[in-house]
Design a protein around this ligand. Structure first.
Ligand SMILES: [Zn+2]
Length: 227
């Protein structure tokens, strides 16, 4: 139902594609330099995108950041968009969960341990957990920068400390309409997604280039040092 220029039907802003690109970019940059023996982009035989993704740590990491960037919009399913999942409280939960998941574990066990031995070790778990939380937080930033025509306008960014809704008013991103019965549904959404891609694809490409280039540089240094 329309009220003036506003609508009571929830709209996402930006699209999952835009959020995924931002999450990937923020996560890769926040991960930073992996060190001489850190993961690099593997040169894998082309067996399909999913196979390359499953076998390459850098691609797995980038995919996880992209998913975290889009994750807060799960609240659209229960018609509670821009509330609890769009807050620093949710970011803190993602940080704690990521840190727990990335702790060293004995192979085949779900219990984190600190003793050396038969471990599945993730390098720099604290840094990676922070990067995961920042990739998730990028969603809140983009929604705050976007144009939200759904009442109440904005995101409850400071929950649980405040339930106030915050909106930058900058309208950097357009809302993605879910009102498929309107004539303008496709044209509006195509323009909105094109604008997101224009702003966010360069960020994601630059972040990927930076992360992989740093890997190669530090890897080359490590080989020189050990040679
Ligand atoms: Zn959102």
């Amino acid at each position: 139902m329309l009220v003036g220029t506003y609508c009571y039907l929830p709209e996402a802003m930006p699209s999952p594609v835009g959020h995924a690109l931002a999450g990937l970019a923020v996560g890769l940059v926040a991960t930073g330099r992996p060190g001489p023996d850190g993961p690099t982009v593997a040169r894998l035989e082309a067996r399909g995108a999913l196979d390359r993704l499953a076998r390459d740590p850098m691609r797995r990491r980038a995919a996880a950041f992209a998913m975290l960037g889009a994750l807060p919009d799960v609240d659209l399913i229960v018609d509670m968009h821009s509330t609890y999942t769009h807050s620093i409280g949710a970011v803190a939960i993602v940080l704690a969960a990521s840190w727990l998941i990335l702790q060293p574990r004995r192979a085949g066990s779900s219990t984190p341990i600190r003793r050396p031995g038969n471990l599945r070790v993730v390098r720099r778990p604290r840094r990676l957990a922070c990067a995961a939380a920042l990739a998730y937080a990028s969603h809140i930033l983009l929604d705050w920068l976007g144009h939200d025509p759904t009442l109440p306008i904005g995101v409850t960014a400071l929950w649980p400390f405040s339930t106030a809704y915050y909106d930058s008013g900058l309208h950097l991103f357009m809302p993605i309409s879910r009102r498929y019965w309107l004539d303008t549904f496709w044209s509006h959404n195509l323009v909105a997604v094109a604008r997101e891609l224009l702003l966010l694809v360069p960020c994601a490409v630059l972040a990927w280039w930076w992360a992989t280039r740093r890997d190669e540089v530090s890897g080359a240094r490590g080989q020189e040092g050990s040679g």
